[in-house]
Design a protein around this ligand. Sequence first.
Ligand code: MG
Length: 299
Amino acid sequence: MSDIHSAAKPLYDMEKTSDFLVCIDSDGCVFDTMEVKHKECFTPNIINHWNLQAISKYAREASEYVNLYSKDRGLNRFPALIKVIDLLSERPEAIKRGFKAPNIDSLREWVKIETKLGDPALRAYIQKHPDDEILAQTLRWTEGVNKSVAEIVRGVPPFPFVVESFEKMQDKADIIVVSATPHEALVREWEEHDIAKYVKVISGQEMGTKKECIAIAKEKGYAPDRVLMIGDAPGDYKSARANNALFFPINPGAEDESWQLFFEEALDRFFAGSYAGEYEKKLIEKFDSLLPDTPPWKK
Ligand SMILES: [Mg+2]
C-alpha cells in the first residue's frame, strides 16, 4: 500500500471491544469551531489564493453560505471550494465587477475520482500533473488554510455535555472520530482539550469520506442498530444512513441543547435499543428544517 492508501490503516486495525459503535464528527459537533475556522481561516484564504479581492463581499457570502449556513455545511473543503466558485460564477454582482471564474476542470476531475480528499492525495496527483496550475493553486490554498487554522484556532473547548457524554458512554461503546478535517488538526484539537483519550481512532479527510470510514469501522461486526453517528451536517446524516447506521443531530445554533438531550436521554435510548424509529425521526425532521438549500441572494 502506498502512503496515501495506508492512511486508513488505524481504522482497519481497530479492535472491537464493545457491542456499540459511536462515530463522532468534530467541527461544529464537538467543538464550536465552525465560525472561527470558516470566517477567519477558510474564507480569507479563498479570497487571497483565488484572487477574489475585487468581489470579496460576494466571495465571503458564498463561502459562508456553502460551509456554514446551507445543507452543504461540513462538506469536505475541496468540493466546497468548487461550490463557492460555481456560485460566484453565476452571481450577477460578481460578473458586473469583471469576475471570470477560473477553469477548474482539473480540480473537478480530481474531486470526482478521489475519495481521500486531503493534501497527501492532492500532492500525489500533482506529481502526475505537474503543469496544472489550478491544482497547484488549490494546494497553496489548502496549505494556507491549514496554516491559518494552526495559528488562529485555539482555546475553543468542547460544547457543554460533550465530556459528560464521553464519560457516560466510554465503557459501553467503541468511539471514533469521523471528520473531514485534516488529521493533524484533529489530533491537535482533541489533545488540547484532553478528549482524545476517549476515542479509539481519529479519522480525518486523508482516511477517506465519512461514509467510507464508518463502513470500515462497522465491518468489525457491530449490529446496524448499535452504530450511531453524531454530527451537525446533512452530510453526516447521509454518511450514517448509507451504512444503515443511526444518527443523532447536533443542531446548528442549538448545540448545547442537543448535547444536553443526548446526555440526558438519547444516549440511554441508544443503549436500550429504543432510539430508532419515531424518536430519531422527529429529531432528524427538526434538524433537516434548520439549513436551507437555496442561497439567500437567489430568493
Ligand atoms: Mg461538522
